[in-house]
Design a protein around this ligand. Structure first.
Ligand code: HEM
Length: 502
């Protein structure tokens, strides 16, 4: 009786109920069958890709391990879709360096990102990219900029982030450390680009409209990736899906950046000079406002989420590896923070974090002319070429049998000094001519936070909190990083016995 009442209320008959149950069982079955790659009639590998999307990074690693480093997917018949996925360092070197000009980002990428990134360094290829790269390279590596980044990163970590953690420790509150590291890097990126932070780390942790606009615009552009090229254009035209969000976000962003650029132009003779916009505007070849807008947005996007996500994974790994934490603390005590370059162990721990949890887990390129990759895979114009940086850190044939372990020591020589990776097996900062321009800035920002936080606080993941990667362009934690903070009592560093004696 009760059952009939429910079915009637839901408008379901027995037949529909049965179909629903069968459908559920079928989905369940498919989900488990698709732990590996299965080719279906007509749809070919597309169902596998869709079903495994929520755990895309782990799944990509599993199938690449099984395939020996490279695999090709085909979309449904008649679509012509073909995706080549690789984590083979020889292939990646060939794509990013040896045959660099045959594998650009391509026109589809440019169009998809154009409203947001304009014609900035991230969104151009060929001569246009090269000219921008030359200018950006000079400015980012100038002494004025490096000193400015150093100063502002120290200030933000000690004067803004530490007080927030101290209050959480006193209140016994649970914090989302990932939210805090993202707030830190947003403020740090704005300081580096505009000369001042936007207040993300104010004590009340406010929602900053400019930051919300940037987040929404980025999400909307990412949503374009999962649609065929023509579809998102129609949706833009009709104002459907996330397209209005993108238009609104870009509008807010443009207004904010235009104000900053106008301000810099006014200050031109008397500005403090260390931030990127000041440096660009005092350049004799000072460009149009649009050019400066694109510089600012590209650098904000390049530097903010990448560094924020890396820091969250770093704190999680360190808090779950007390022996690593202890060694970082010893180094900080011995060497201080005057010269961050001297912190070799901390540098190794950050690099090891990015080996296992690269902020950009998957990157892609287009193909200009048909070519054969070093492992014999043929790639053709129209194919999508993906290199899986997340999987690269997890292949035993690249990093050895301990590849899944968090071991900063693998980066250190006998003398305890950091040995940089020269080959193409470590791609957290990309490789070849398009290597990340902000690597040094990122390490300074990350070291400043680690040096300010770790000696002062013990961080502990809240019991039962599950740390999982999110299937996003930047490798964030799906559920954030819920932690409890305890002020470290001086001298109470909880070193394991073997460390106390070193
Ligand atoms: C842990 C932090 C960071 C990581 C893991 C990282 C990683 C990367 C990666 C993988 C790329 C290549 C992206 C592509 O072309 O598809 C890249 C490019 C770039 N990064 Fe970073 N990045 C970080 C921080 C920064 C910071 C702080 C800045 C700015 C100060 C920055 C500036 C750039 C720029 C300008 C490019 C474009 C280079 C070009 O196309 O020539 N990055 N980064």
């Amino acid at each position: 009786m009760e059952e009939t009442k429910w079915n009637t209320r839901l408008g379901l008959g027995w037949a529909e109920g049965l179909v629903a149950v069968l459908f559920f069982l079928l989905l369940h079955y498919i989900r488990h069958r698709h732990k590996h790659l299965i080719s279906w009639p007509l749809l070919r590998e597309l169902p596998s890709m869709i079903i495994n999307f929520p755990r895309t990074h782990e799944w990509g690693t599993t199938i690449l391990r099984a395939a020996g480093g490279t695999i090709a997917f085909r979309g449904p018949i008649f679509t012509g879709m073909r995706v080549v996925l690789t984590c083979d360092p020889c292939n990646v070197e060939y794509i990013l360096k040896t045959r660099f000009s045959n594998f650009p980002k391509g026109p589809d990428f440019h169009e998809m990102f154009h409203e947001l990134m304009g014609d900035g360094i991230f969104n151009t290829d060929g001569d246009e990219w090269q000219a921008q790269r030359r200018t950006a390279n000079a400015h980012v590596h100038s002494k004025a900029f490096r000193d400015f980044v150093n100063k502002t990163s120290h200030q933000l970590s000690s004067d803004r982030l530490v007080p927030i953690l101290r209050k959480a420790a006193v209140d016994g509150a649970v914090i989302d450390l990932q939210d805090l590291t993202m707030r830190y890097t947003m403020d740090a990126a704005c300081a580096a680009v505009f000369g001042e932070a936007v207040g993300c780390l104010a004590p009340e942790l406010p929602q900053v409209p400019f930051v919300t606009a940037m987040d929404e615009a980025q999400q909307a552009v990412v949503a374009r990736h999962v649609l065929p090229h023509k579809w998102w254009k129609v949706m833009r035209w009709l104002g459907l899906g996330m397209e209005p969000l993108l238009a609104r976000g870009v509008h807010t962003l443009d207004e904010f950046v235009a104000n900053q650029v106008a301000q810099k132009r006014l200050e031109r003779s008397g500005g403090n000079g260390g931030d990127l916009l000041s440096i660009y505007t005092t350049d004799v070849s000072a460009k149009t406002d649009n050019y400066l807008r694109d510089v600012a947005v590209n650098f904000l996007i390049a530097g903010r989420d990448t560094t924020g996500a890396a820091l969250a994974w770093f704190f999680w790994l360190v808090s779950t590896h007390p022996e690593v934490e202890a060694k970082i603390l010893v180094e900080l005590k011995e060497k201080g923070t005057e010269d961050l370059r001297e912190l070799h162990y901390l540098h190794a721990a950050l690099s090891e974090t990015l080996r296992l949890y690269p902020s950009v887990p998957l990157d892609h390129k287009g193909v200009v002319k048909e070519d054969i990759l070093p492992d014999g895979t043929t790639v053709k114009p129209g194919n999508m070429l993906l290199y899986n940086i997340y999987a690269m850190g997890r292949m035993h044939w690249i990093w050895g049998n301990d590849c899944l372990e968090f071991k900063p020591e693998r980066w250190l020589g006998q003398d305890g000094k950091f040995i940089p990776e020269s080959g193409f097996r470590y791609l957290a900062f990309n490789g070849g001519p398009r290597t990340c321009l902000g690597k040094e800035v990122a390490y300074v920002q990350m070291k400043c936070v680690a040096a300010a936080v770790l000696p002062s606080f013990e961080l502990q993941v809240v019991e039962g909190h599950e740390v999982l990667p999110k299937p996003t362009v930047i490798l964030m934690m799906k559920n954030g990083l819920k932690m409890r903070v305890k002020e470290r009592v001086a001298g109470n560093l909880h070193f394991p016995a073997k460390i106390i004696n070193v």
